[in-house]
Design a protein around this ligand. Structure first.
Ligand SMILES: *Cc1c(COP(=O)(O)O)cnc(C)c1O
Length: 362
């Protein structure tokens, strides 16, 4: 078939909202000090790697996975103290759980609401399944604008409200009473996305008993297992049983199930790593604050958002890249993020390489 004919065919059949999307861009990071994606920089000690590989020998690649992943769920429940009255739904990354939630509620005129700036997948997935996405701007200090959010809830009656806690890309924890006011006002689901829980002391798990409309999203990605692609959603059985019908039967593959079970059996190793990252975050924030023309924002996550002199974010990002340090420029992603860059907390050596490169670039 002629190329032009096929181009027209694509245009005719692919939904306009999909054609309007931009694919989530992941830059090639090989050879860089990689501080762009909120990964845990530490690998496991060699004896732990050997035990993991031994555990994988028992996996049968010729068999389909346990579709319910019962043992993994039990281990997640024990490791993360998931409240007894709540159910668990697993996703191929928490991104897939966001997709399942939105597919379950999608329909003409239905709205998804989130404070902005926030995690970009809420909007991308909303658009991809035909939902209308509405962002409510955060206040200048990145706290929730509660009156504006409540007004938007009354007006738009959103099917789902997403709140990242701690927030990405700003790194702060919103006030609990602000989030509770939103949960109480929402007519549909409120998802509190706790992707960065390993780096802070707050969670809404205890609120699940009070609010059946609350679903809590967790992931093992930021904890140190980003390559596994495992997220979990915690909440009332009423919701999760419906969402489970949308889940593809074998979404958590055998290697992920076996590896996650092994990793959770060595949870203290991961906890030790996240404690080191938390300590390094404070040092990195102090080092950033000491640079003239750099203003870091407080962070409860494993990254730090910082503002540079007006008009310089793009250039500094490039000059870091030339020095083999990859971070993320969020300037232009949202008006509130003007002149902002975001750096993941790495190992002490990586952080030092970043600070040295930034100092040279400034
Ligand atoms: C990274 C991130 C996720 C995605 O997690 P995966 O489990 O890796 O898909 C979800 N929510 C927020 C806020 C994140 O920053």
């Amino acid at each position: 078939m002629d190329d032009a004919v096929n181009t027209n065919r694509v245009k005719h059949w692919v939904r306009p909202e999909v054609q309007a999307l931009k694919a989530y861009h992941v830059p090639d990071a090989s050879g860089y000090v990689k501080l762009d994606a909120m990964e845990n920089p530490y690998s496991w000690p060699a004896p732990v790697v050997d035990e993991w590989l031994a555990a994988l020998r028992a996996v049968s690649l010729n068999r389909y996975p346990d579709p319910g992943a019962a043992e993994l769920k039990a281990q997640l429940r024990a490791t993360f103290a998931i409240p007894g009255g709540s159910e668990i739904l697993l996703g191929n990354g928490s991104d897939e759980l966001i997709q399942m939630i939105l597919m379950a509620v999608a329909g003409p005129e239905r709205v998804v609401l989130a404070p902005e700036p926030t995690f970009s997948m809420y909007k991308i997935i909303s658009n991809s399944v035909g939902l209308r996405y509405h962002g409510v701007p955060l206040k200048a200090d990145f706290s929730l604008d509660v009156p504006a959010t409540l007004a938007a809830i009354v007006e738009l009656q959103p099917a789902v409200v997403f709140i990242a806690y701690p927030s990405n890309p700003t790194g702060n924890l919103f006030a609990r009473e602000d989030i509770r006011a939103i949960i109480e006002a929402a007519p549909g689901i409120v998802v509190v996305d706790e992707a960065y829980t390993p780096f802070c002391d707050g969670s809404f798990f205890a609120d699940l008993a009070r609010y059946p409309q609350l679903l809590i999203l967790r992931t093992v990605s930021k904890l140190g297992l980003a390559g596994l692609r495992l997220g979990f959603l915690v909440g009332a059985a009423d919701w999760l049983h419906e969402l489970d019908k949308i889940r593809l039967p074998y979404n958590i593959n055998v290697l992920t199930q076996a590896s996650a079970r092994f990793a959770l059996s060595r949870y203290p190793v991961l906890l030790d790593q996240t404690q080191r990252i938390r300590a390094e975050r404070e040092k990195l924030a102090a080092d950033l604050a000491a640079l003239a023309g750099v203003a870091p924002f407080p962070s409860q996550a494993n990254f730090i958002l910082f503002r540079v002199a007006a008009g310089r974010a793009g250039e500094l990002f490039q000059r870091l890249k030339e020095q083999q340090v990859l971070i993320k420029s969020v300037h232009g992603a949202h008006p509130a993020l003007h002149d902002c860059l975001r750096v993941t907390v790495g190992t002490p050596e990586e952080n030092q390489a970043f600070i040295t490169a930034l100092r040279a670039a400034l």
